[in-house]
Design a protein around this ligand. Structure first.
Ligand code: PMP
Length: 330
């Protein structure tokens, strides 16, 4: 019989898919590492599994313990799936600006979600930060993964994403491009590829304009999951050879093109990373192989990036780009 013991067995080993349309005029091969094929639908399943297994091994997470993390998105889904399969409780803390759809996804997987007011000072006892700290202190057998500082976040990529890319490209990868959030993906994958190629593979970060990684001052941007206003411990400042800043508009327009032209319904940080990858690839020749990592799928963004009205409100749609065709138009 061919079957997997549980969804946990399906974490990682995601496919590489060639981009054929958005790459028009580019001579290099551009391949996408499509992370929505993970069981929880994002790259974060990799770090969830590695962080939990390491905490079990070190004794920080005891049988029947509770995982407490401030998260509203992909990391929460990954943690919730691994936790339910291994018999842990999940207690997540989210700010109230997070959409109810995202909170419902976490609850669907069995996590408990505490929603905190956004409109209070960080020092207020009900603030997002204080509530998660208090829950860790007050819950018996609580363990907080802390994806921003946990070394098992980049380590999961050093041990899985990096070796997968090296094998899948038979060592022919010349450039690796990824968005930077906690920095785990680029630091772990990038370090592995540098080590295995003796420094030959170039590592490129893509970053929202305004974020610290590309020299910004923390100016707000709309792409989710990437960019920071501080330097997380998981980010290895020595690994990226180059950081490409990308605007919200370019990120979202590329995200829509990926769905329409490549059959890839992916999130906004994927569009951002592809813009960065094409920026690099356009200067390269036919022997170059650029791999760009796409962290998640697009279904969590249907009411934003894939909604003409929302795109128009922000001035992100060009003339003739609307997809909302009315009866009178055809
Ligand atoms: N894109 C999305 C949608 C994410 O959730 C994240 C993780 N915050 C990233 C990109 C960036 O990955 P990393 O945290 O490994 O830098």
């Amino acid at each position: 019989m061919q079957y997997h013991e549980s969804m946990i067995d399906l974490v990682g080993n995601t496919p590489l898919i060639k981009l054929n349309s958005v790459t028009e005029g580019i001579r290099a091969t551009v391949l996408a590492k499509v992370e929505y094929f993970n069981p929880g639908g994002s790259v974060k399943d990799r770090i969830a599994l590695r962080m939990i297994e390491a905490a079990e091994a070190s004794g920080e997470l005891r049988p029947g313990g509770t995982i407490v993390e401030p998260t509203s998105g992909n990391t929460g889904v990954g943690l919730a799936i691994v936790a339910q399969q291994k018999g842990y409780r999940c207690l997540f803390v989210c700010p109230d600006k997070v959409s109810t759809d995202k909170i419902n996804v976490l609850r669907a997987y069995g996590a408990e979600v505490v929603v905190c007011p956004t409109a209070v000072d960080p020092d207020h006892p009900d603030s997002y930060y204080n509530v998660s700290d208090r829950l860790v202190r007050e819950t018996p057998d609580a363990w907080k993964p802390d994806q921003y500082s946990n070394p098992n976040n980049p380590r999961s990529h050093y041990e899985t994403t990096g070796p997968e890319l090296w094998e899948q490209t038979e060592g022919r990868i010349t450039h690796f491009v990824a968005g930077v959030g906690t920095g785990g993906t680029i630091s772990g994958t990038g370090r592995y590829l540098k080590d295995v190629s003796e420094g030959r593979v170039r590592i490129v970060g893509a970053d929202p304009e305004g974020s610290v990684y590309s020299g910004g001052s923390g100016r707000p941007y709309l792409v989710e999951g990437v960019g920071e206003d501080f330097w997380p411990d998981c980010y290895d400042r020595g690994v990226a050879d180059e950081i490409v800043p990308v605007s919200d508009k370019d990120s979202f327009q590329m995200t829509r093109r990926l769905a329409k032209e490549e059959g890839l319904l992916v999130g906004g940080s994927c569009g951002m990373a592809v813009v960065g990858a094409l920026e690099v690839a356009k200067k390269l020749g036919p022997d170059d192989v650029v791999v760009v990592l796409l962290p998640d799928g697009g279904r969590g963004y249907l009411s934003k990036i894939f909604n003409d009205e929302w795109m128009n409100d922000y001035g992100f749609l060009e003339e003739g780009e609307a997809t909302d065709v009315r009866v009178g138009d055809v």
